[in-house]
Design a binder for this molecule. Structure first.
Ligand code: SF4
Length: 517
């Protein structure tokens, strides 16, 4: 039991004799009841590492185990928080919103503002209009947002609530209280797509709502204005880095959906809203000469709207790694008509130099990697640039069209391309089978690879989303030349850590336990 004079955390608490006794009794009881047979458990665990089990596991279709994706409204919340004084509002059950908030808060170590209209059993039967009417008014009165961005959970989608009609109804009923508040609304059904689809749907809804013009009205273009949409970006340092690079070309390049400050507030008085793209700037997004999306597959619907309705020049760049950053920099140079600034050329040279230093250690190393489609395209490109072998590239939320083709084109550049496999639509329990049957040297992915590390002993390099069990990684950039340097540092040093581990045995392997690597 806890002692008030000496409170201990869970790590030590459960080692106390009274808890150990409880665990022993529990095991004994389960054994007697026939619920578990320790020998059988060991046998089955061994069997799960075999090729036979792998075949069965890969044939699995109707259940997901340890997913490598989150649900749509979570992405919608991130998109909403990229705008000034905006409250993400989720039409649905409160438990879902508690999950979104805690997910982001554990990753960023910052509070996450987001409300729900707490639909419960009666709303599931009669529809959620009453919740929406009351919820939007309460949200405005209590939290005073300038914009309320509405998304939905599974419950609202399963019963078929008509979001647009509900928002119109709620506005009418609000006695003027919601009159000057934009309320973009996006259907974000979680049983299709993933958090990146939700991000896309909400970004699309916000941009449409803020840039509405009457039919036939021509919007005057600002030839120098360029929008950058970051996509579902969990690395706040990447947002900062991209803005820094853009500012070297022009001060008329603006980020649309900039959530950097929201999750990076200083200690002191708590502010509900922080940073974000000013609504006045977002309202003129349509007049820009061009828009660049940094994540093609997180902005597909938004791209369609911008190209089709706004008739705007639209490009996608993925500024991760050397080649990816080069393409982004050259796109900015092309759109602004300005040469690449000297500072960037210098950064590039420094990165290439560092890559040359580390190349011998990364070359030929085998990796398993998982994450979102754009993240994977960027980081796998970088691994290939470094001569590494991405043996297993797993994308649970892989888009149906084109993504695999794009990834294959990257893997085709790998010297050992025959060893590389793309696993689209597979989860981390699938990956477990792959790792046991075709092992790799390192894994790159989010916190949920921790169990894989425990089972397979393959070192996990934490890059991706979410990362709950390590601090401050999200503050760094993985984009731009500086970001590529961070990737290089994290990955190479993990390789060197492993090398030290393998060579530390005195008089056995320490002939290579060197101080200079
Ligand atoms: S999958 Fe559906 S029920 Fe689960 S958290 Fe997401 S919206 Fe809620």
């Amino acid at each position: 039991m806890q002692d008030v004079e000496n409170i201990v955390n869970g790590q030590k608490l459960f080692l106390k004799p009274e808890y150990q006794e409880v665990f022993k009794n529990k095991k004994q009881f389960e054994g007697h009841a026939g619920a578990s047979n320790p020998e059988k458990v060991i046998d089955i665990a061994k069997w799960t590492t075999t090729w036979e089990y792998r075949e069965k596991n890969l044939a699995r279709e109707h259940i997901t185990i340890n997913p490598a994706k989150a649900c749509q409204p979570l992405g919608a919340v991130m998109a909403a928080l990229g705008f000034e004084n905006t409250m993400p509002y989720v039409h649905g059950s409160h438990g879902c919103v508690a999950y979104f908030r805690s997910y982001f808060t554990r990753h960023f170590k910052e509070p996450t503002p987001c409300v729900s209209d707490s639909m419960s059993e009666s709303a599931a039967v009669f529809g959620g209009l009453a919740n929406m009417k009351e919820g939007l008014r309460n949200c405005k009165a209590l939290y005073k947002p300038d914009m309320i961005a509405v998304s939905t959970t599974c419950m609202a989608e399963v019963i078929g609530d008509d979001l647009n009609a509900f928002v119109i109804g709620a506005r009418k009923d609000a006695e003027g209280e919601l009159d000057n508040t934009p309320i973009p609304a996006a259907h974000t059904p979680s049983f299709v797509g993933s958090h990146i689809t939700g991000y896309d749907n909400m970004m699309n809804a916000i941009l449409q709502e803020l840039n509405m013009v009457e039919e036939g009205v021509e919007v005057e273009k600002d030839a120098e204005r360029i929008n950058i949409i970051p996509g579902f970006e969990p690395y706040l340092g990447s947002l900062k880095e991209v803005k820094k690079i853009a500012s070297m070309f022009s001060d008329k390049i603006v980020m649309i959906g900039d959530h950097e400050e929201q999750w990076n507030t200083p200690a002191g008085e708590y502010k509900l809203y922080a940073g974000g793209t000013p609504l006045a700037v977002a309202k003129t997004a349509r007049s820009a000469a061009a828009t660049i999306s940094l994540q093609k597959y997180s902005t597909q619907a938004t791209a369609k709207m911008i190209k089709g309705d706004w008739k705007q020049n639209y490009a996608t760049c993925n500024p991760i790694g050397l080649g990816g950053t080069d393409a982004f920099v050259m796109k900015l140079s092309e759109l602004t008509g300005k040469p690449v600034p000297k500072e960037l050329t210098l950064q590039r040279g420094q990165l290439v130099d560092a890559m040359q230093d580390s190349y011998p250690y990364m070359h030929g190393k085998k990796f398993a990697i998982w994450g979102d489609p754009d993240f994977l395209l960027g980081v796998v490109s970088f691994l290939v640039e470094m001569g590494a072998i991405p043996v297993h590239v797993l994308c649970h939320n892989a888009p149906r069209k084109n993504w695999e083709k794009e990834m294959q084109a990257i893997l085709d550049k790998c010297t050992f391309k025959e060893e590389c496999h793309i696993w689209a639509g597979k989860d981390l329990w699938h990956l477990r089978s792959l790792l046991f049957t075709e092992p790799v040297d390192f894994m790159i992915g989010n916190v949920y690879g921790k169990e894989l590390y425990r089972d397979t002993k393959i070192p996990l390099i934490r890059i991706g989303f979410p990362i709950f069990d390590r601090h401050h990684l999200h503050r760094y950039s993985i984009s731009g030349y500086e970001g590529a340097l961070n990737l290089l540092t994290w990955i190479t040093n993990s390789v060197l850590d492993a090398l030290d581990e393998e060579t530390k045995d005195i008089a056995k392997t320490d002939y290579f336990f060197d101080c200079v690597r």
